[in-house]
Design a protein. Structure first.
Length: 169
């Protein structure tokens, strides 16, 4: 991001995307999750609409864990036994398997009401959470969350301990 976009909010991105869809008359719908990292405050802010979302995995601190016997010799990122799910974003569903979605039908007088699953950026769930060095943030669609239990995601990450995701800013 250049300096002009450094403080853009996820809801603003969703708003701009929805306006562009309408302007270009793109018919369809989608769930969405947009996330921004705030390096100064060590936090992430995200806006989510539908059943896409994020989970945060964190290594529990060996010193804080108290009487639990933890391997204090192995580097934290390489420990397999102390990775825990610390945050799960909220899903927004109208009913089972019927998530809220951004959408455009091509109608000039689009009515978005409580009965419709079509929503706007104003309906997105927006939150900020503190993150720590070593946290693993998984951002995914329902393709992952509907088919793999969150505990299984945690186990699979433990099994792939050598895998790393790099974020380029």
């Amino acid at each position: 991001m250049d300096g002009s976009q450094a403080h853009i909010k996820p809801t603003e991105i969703l708003k701009m995307a929805h306006e562009r869809v309408i302007k270009e008359n793109v018919i369809g719908s989608s769930t969405a999750t947009v996330m921004a990292f705030d390096n100064a405050n060590h936090s992430i802010t995200f806006s989510n609409l539908g059943d896409s979302g994020i989970i945060v995995l964190r290594h529990i601190d060996s010193d804080v864990a108290g009487s639990l016997k933890r391997d204090r010799e192995t580097l934290r990122d390489n420990r397999l036994g102390d990775l825990r799910v610390t945050f799960v974003s909220q899903q927004q569903l109208k009913s089972f398997n019927h998530p809220y979605q951004f959408g455009w039908t091509g109608e000039t007088e689009e009515i978005v009401d409580a009965k419709s699953s079509l929503k706007t950026f104003k309906d997105a769930c927006t939150s900020s959470i503190h993150v720590r060095r070593g946290d693993i943030v998984v951002m995914a669609t329902d393709g992952l969350f509907d088919n793999v239990d969150i505990d299984e995601i945690q186990v699979r990450r433990k099994a792939r301990r050598g895998a790393r995701v790099r974020i380029a800013l």
